[in-house]
Design a protein around this ligand. Structure first.
Ligand code: NAP
Length: 280
């Protein structure tokens, strides 16, 4: 029997090799600057993963860390990077410490260097189906659909979660790919009735094993974005073990969506470089 697992770890390795090859042919190395503020433990892990992936692919990686900084001063730092032609991508590692204006700070990044795809400008371009830098997690999920030949046109996709980072860009990418999309959130009534009708179910909630066997449709495709740490282990939002035999394809946690996110960030840095150098 064919495996039902959508292996994001394997796909991300393939893409890493493709990007490494691509970067080796570029005139200069693209440069990514990651900005972090404060002392968030999870952020340290994510920043480390980005550095490792950038080094492997051959992308220049710079990390600007501030223990503490005022919003205006940080925006000035971002503006310097905006004007620096040697910088291709800028990201602000979220969450920022309490009290900082994340929206204002993120939106001070110029759209061409917004490799997290989080500025209003890039979100607006996506809404209008224009070429833009797309948020890395939903972009990674679209790549998994492509590589696993999951047809989206005309299919009913149910997305749970409406964050700016995952749910909303996911919805727009799917609509742009001609899927019929239902977006659910914490105020949705009769969620189970809706999820049972999904050809494809994308879950981005942040609650361990929230989606149970009786909530999924037989033969559907399940994408589990959730990362829930519990007793030193990682769990998804989907009760994987009990759902597995009912569905056609499913992403595991870990090893599904997660590894795709960091590699899509590197792809965005390269796209940004190409836009700056070739006007592509
Ligand atoms: P978020 O900003 O906290 O959003 C969670 C969403 O889930 C909200 O829209 C919320 O609804 C909805 N929700 C909460 N409880 C619900 C319920 N009982 N029924 C239906 N919807 C419910 O989180 P996020 O940033 O999108 O991330 C979601 C999960 O994905 C987290 O576990 C995060 O760690 C993970 N994540 C993974 C990756 C990756 O690379 N794999 C990347 C990003 C995030 P309301 O809007 O009504 O509050």
């Amino acid at each position: 029997m064919m495996s039902k697992i959508i292996d994001g770890k394997m796909v991300s390795k393939e893409i890493k090799e493709e990007l490494k090859e691509k970067v080796s042919k570029l005139k200069n190395k693209p440069t990514l600057v990651v900005i972090s503020v404060g002392d968030n433990e999870a952020s340290k892990v994510y920043v480390g993963q980005k550095e490792k992936c950038a080094n492997y692919i051959g992308i220049n990686y710079q990390h600007l860390h501030f223990d503490k900084i005022e919003d205006d001063k940080l925006i000035k730092e971002i503006d310097k990077l905006n004007k620096d032609n040697s910088v291709n991508g800028i990201i602000v590692q979220l969450p920022l410490p309490k009290g900082m204006n994340e929206t204002k700070i993120v939106n001070s990044i110029v759209k061409e260097k917004d490799v997290d795809g989080l500025t209003y400008y890039n979100a607006g371009l996506l809404l209008n189906k224009e070429k833009c830098l797309v948020s890395c997690t939903p972009k990674g999920i679209m790549e998994l659909f492509k590589r696993y030949h999951v047809e989206l046109k005309g299919r009913h996709v149910v997305v749970i979660g409406r964050s700016i980072l995952v749910g909303k860009p996911m919805m727009n990418l799917l609509i742009n790919a001609d899927a019929t999309v239902t977006l659910c959130h914490s105020k949705t009534e009769n969620l189970e009735k809706i999820t049972k009708k999904a050809d494809i179910l994308v879950v981005a909630i942040g609650k361990k094993h929230f989606i149970t066997r009786d909530m999924v449709r037989r033969g559907s495709v399940i994408i589990d974005v959730g990362i829930n740490r519990c007793d030193g282990k990682l769990y998804g939002d989907v009760d994987y073990d009990n759902v597995y035999d009912k569905v056609k394809l499913i992403t595991p946690v870990p090893g599904g969506v997660g590894p795709m996110t960091v590699v899509m960030l590197m792809q965005n840095v390269i796209e940004s470089y190409e836009m700056m150098h070739n006007g592509k």
